[in-house]
Design a protein around this ligand. Structure first.
Ligand code: FES
Length: 165
């Protein structure tokens, strides 16, 4: 563990917020092409605030320590505040990293951005689905189809009842 700060060693040995969130509304998966390490970040966002954050990282000591530290820095922040946290800020909060390990700190920032992008995408998809549904409800063709379907299922249930008597 030569060259690592005490904080890095602490976060590596006792990583905070490890694991998954049951129903996350944002997931970020990233990999480091230099070494093949992978990080998955899970977010629970409520009213624009990151109320819970968890991670799973398959990587080196620096990758695990930076993953752990970014979760501590991000938890409780708004999305806008979280997006201002750079990998340099994470490295600084850990008391620095050996220069050969600087690239490992990039995973956390990338995973966070990917998870927030995923959150926005899901939120937008939801709005689109609601809008689509509202349009369908107002559409005359849909109304008729819906009524016909109801009539069909009503007839079927009457027939089933008759058959069972
Ligand atoms: S060596 Fe792969 S992230 Fe550090």
């Amino acid at each position: 563990m030569q060259g690592y700060s005490r904080k890095v060693i602490d976060h590596f040995r006792n990583p905070r917020n490890v694991g998954e969130i049951k129903e996350p509304n944002g997931i970020g998966r990233v990999g480091n092409p230099l070494c093949g390490d992978v990080m998955v970040l899970y977010l629970k966002i409520e009213k624009g605030v990151i109320v819970d954050i968890r991670f799973k990282t398959f990587g080196c000591c620096a990758a695990i320590a930076t993953s752990s530290m970014i979760t501590e820095l991000v938890k409780g922040k708004t999305i806008d505040e979280a997006l201002k946290i750079s990998n340099q800020a994470v490295t600084d909060a850990l008391g620095g990293l050996p220069s050969i390990k600087r690239h490992c700190s990039v995973l956390g920032e990338q995973a966070l951005r990917a998870a927030i992008r995923d959150y926005h995408k899901k939120a937008t998809d939801g709005i689109q689905d609601d809008e689509r549904l509202n349009k369908m409800k107002k559409n005359k063709h849909y109304k008729n189809q819906y009524a016909a379907q109801n009539k069909k299922s009503l007839n079927k249930s009457i027939k089933n009842q008759r058959d069972s008597i």
